[in-house]
Design a protein around this ligand. Sequence first.
Ligand code: ADP
Ligand code: ZN
Ligand code: MG
Length: 475
Amino acid sequence: MSGWETVIGLETHVQLRTRSKMFCGCATAFGASPNTQVCPVCLGLPGALPVPNGEAMKLAVRAALALGCTVHSKSVFARKNYFYPDLPKGYQISQHDEPLATQGSLSFLSPERGLVTASILRLHVEEDAGKSLHDRFPKVTAVDLNRSGVPLIEIVGGPDLRSPAEARAYLLTLKQVLEYTGISDCDMEKGSLRVDANVSVRPTGASELGTRAEVKNINSFAFVEKALTVERDRQIALRESGGTVVQQTMLYDSKDNMVRPQRSKEESHDYRYFPEPDLPPLVLTPEFVAEQQSALPELPAGKRERFVTQYGLTRDHAAVLTASRGVADYYEAVVRAGADARAAANWVMTEGLADANDHGDELRVPPAALAQIVALVKGGTLSHQAAKRVFGEVAARGGDPRTIAEALGLVQVADTTVVAGWVTDVLGAHAPEVGRYKNGETKLMAFFVGQVMRASKGKADPKLAQRVLEEKLAS
Ligand code: ADP
Ligand code: ZN
Ligand code: MG
């Protein structure tokens, strides 16, 4: 869209991967029957007191550190007050003026601008609300409080993204970091990652930000780009027809790929934040923060660069192999089992990921077996084609690659005497072609090699066959 620049900032809510809730011992497991994972604290019964979940605090601090934030030694829980049927206490415990962490950043690969470093303005801890179910019973709304009190962090990104595609890339990178570190499973379909997107447009070259609208209800990764594109186009059309953008909340409807303004009475403008009287300020010792730092694994960007230098891979290949921690660990195990690093990379990226894709993301060929397959190809025992069959067999039924190759009759014959026998037969049966070859039609070599492969039922080592053919045809 020439003439207009898009500006996007994302507010991402991420469920921390804990077994129990933020301020009580109730389970967080997904999919339980409605209102079976509740207690006086998360039901908001009078007199029940919240007790912070230590594991949640560890994960929140790790998230802040992984995103390069400054973690504050003191932060304050605050009540965010609003009325909604799925909020039994009438407030959500969150953090406001004094959040856990501020001033971080996230570098990601923009499809338009290359490597971009987006700022993270703040990261704070809060509890989730319950869920209103509008489609469970006809004409009435039901409330499920299993989610009430589930631990979340909110990550507020700066207005640094410049297109819907960039917002998607940022979000995928954020998800990758949080998955790597075990902080969250980031499953948008299960609600463990939710994103609200602030969108504005301004004339290209302007330095001031335009008025933003907030897009909510984007409940799948597939819709992030679509929803933001719809909102951006709406704003541009509005501005071009002389209108002004109103700061408001827009709800995305994926069925019609449309946004509509939220009814204004659903918007609560004043949360009347105040410090949570039932909880003291959260004070973190330098030792606690240092412990969380050392509990962090190697992050995806660092791993990618290490794969480039350590294994001599291209950055693109390293990015594919480090996209998930499981694949990266698997690749390194194959190399450790003795496989050539680049050949192993090719096998994992092609056969390995294709097979995993069809089998619930499981990498079915054990690292040692794949290393052996790579070695069998390198040593000339298996053709690449035959090795793929062996790979498929090991994936489906397990077993030792060499034994399988032998059982399937796939082992290449690299014995010169045997290959020479096939060559003699082939040349004897094709006297006219031999004559043409000797008269300079050397491209017939491919034909002879093909005939030898046929005579050997695919078992001849093709390179050896060609060498023997060249010798015999020269004499
Ligand atoms: P509030 O206090 O109203 O929540 P913030 O300043 O915290 O506002 O910003 C909330 C989010 O909106 C952040 O992710 C920020 O990057 C984004 N944002 C702020 N202004 C704009 C704008 N003009 N266009 C796009 N995004 C914006
Ligand atoms: Zn509870
Ligand atoms: Mg905000």
